[in-house]
Design a protein around this ligand. Structure first.
Ligand code: SF4
Length: 337
């Protein structure tokens, strides 16, 4: 059986788990292609104009998978992975939005409801509805999830050791070795920037306009939220009267605050997509914090019409400003010594 996974949204966080799970059940996993302008244009045809860019992109990927003649498309309803928090309302309504707007999807959609108290999302109860369409037993599901959970825990462990999502995924799936990656990442650079944004914004090269590679080409070390331990992020929010309702937004805010207090991080870039409600809170709070901590902060907002050249110039100016600031501080210290 061929199962389509749209290369969008939480694909970037849970791919190692879901790929291992479906393959352990004997399915072939078909992933949609990298996002392009065409993907977004296709998605925009189906979705309401006021929806955020990542949701439009997801529907573009779903439409592409339908053309691939897959048997099913996996579109879970992500409700929660943390006590007393949920995903943003668009995730909660995702299967319904897609079902009622994309012709031909209804009968091909696998939409289990993931309602977990931990990030592992591998509780068999959440996947029971897959028994019938996939013609598998509860035992098969349990066994496959156990295997998938192990791979996902490895993936998270690699991320926390500083590997980006792509490398952590390849390592966890055994597609590359640490020795091979060590060769590539031999020289850490002088400037470090924390990039804050949902995984589907910063790791989708189309959405982020390849921001991470631009930074690497400018000799910048990049740090992102998934490289932090959950406890570290949560601790940063302890002094807030009330955290936000949405898990990943809290993660971003916790990470941003951590970066502000981390002397190794020289500046912060927030990548946000047009139409994102939760990010209007995260962005504003980060901006206020930036004034207090005197650390450079920049927002990159992506919409249907964003252009690469414009971004390139802004990033270069931002990195330049950080370099100058750092050099001036160094000279000051040398004079005092
Ligand atoms: S958090 Fe923002 S970008 Fe992500 S799905 Fe919700 S509204 Fe869209």
């Amino acid at each position: 059986m061929r199962i389509g996974l749209p290369k969008a949204l939480l694909y970037y966080y849970y791919f190692p788990l879901w790929k291992t799970f479906f393959e352990a059940l004997g399915c072939e996993v078909v992933v949609s292609n990298e996002t392009t302008k065409q993907t977004l244009d296709n998605g925009t045809k189906f979705m309401a104009p006021e929806l955020c860019v990542p949701m439009k992109i997801c529907s573009g990927h779903v439409a592409e998978l339908l053309e691939e003649k897959v048997d099913y498309i996996f579109l879970p309803r992500m409700v929660s992975i943390h006590k007393q928090e949920t995903f943003c309302p668009k995730f909660l309504g995702l299967p319904d939005m897609m079902r009622y707007t994309i012709p031909g999807l209804e009968e091909k959609m696998l939409a289990p409801q993931i309602h977990s108290h931990t990030e592992r999302v591998s509780h068999p109860k959440d996947y029971l509805i897959l028994r019938e369409p996939l013609e598998v037993s509860l035992q098969d599901i349990k066994k496959a999830l156990k295997q998938a959970e192990k791979v996902w825990c490895d993936f998270r462990a690699y991320s926390k050791r500083g590997y980006d999502i792509k490398n952590a995924t390849d390592l966890a799936l055994g597609q590359v070795t640490e020795m091979e990656l060590a060769e590539k990442n031999k020289n850490p650079f002088d400037i470090s920037i924390g990039v804050i944004g949902y995984v589907y914004n910063i790791y989708d090269k189309f959405v982020s306009m390849d921001l991470l590679n631009h930074l690497e080409n400018l000799n910048v070390n990049v740090f992102t939220f998934e490289m932090l331990d959950e406890m570290e992020m949560e601790m940063e929010l302890n002094d807030m009267k009330k955290a936000m309702f949405w898990t990943f937004s809290n993660k971003l805010l916790g990470t941003g605050r951590r970066f502000y207090h981390d002397t190794h991080i020289d500046g912060i870039i927030h990548v946000t997509a047009f139409g994102c409600g939760p990010d209007s809170f995260v962005g504003k709070l980060m901006e206020l914090e930036s004034n207090e901590c005197h650390k450079p902060f920049m927002t990159v907002r992506v919409d249907e019409h964003s252009g690469q050249n414009h971004l390139q110039t802004r990033i270069e100016a931002f990195v330049d400003m950080i370099k100058k600031k750092k050099n001036a501080l160094k000279t000051q210290k040398q004079r005092r010594a």
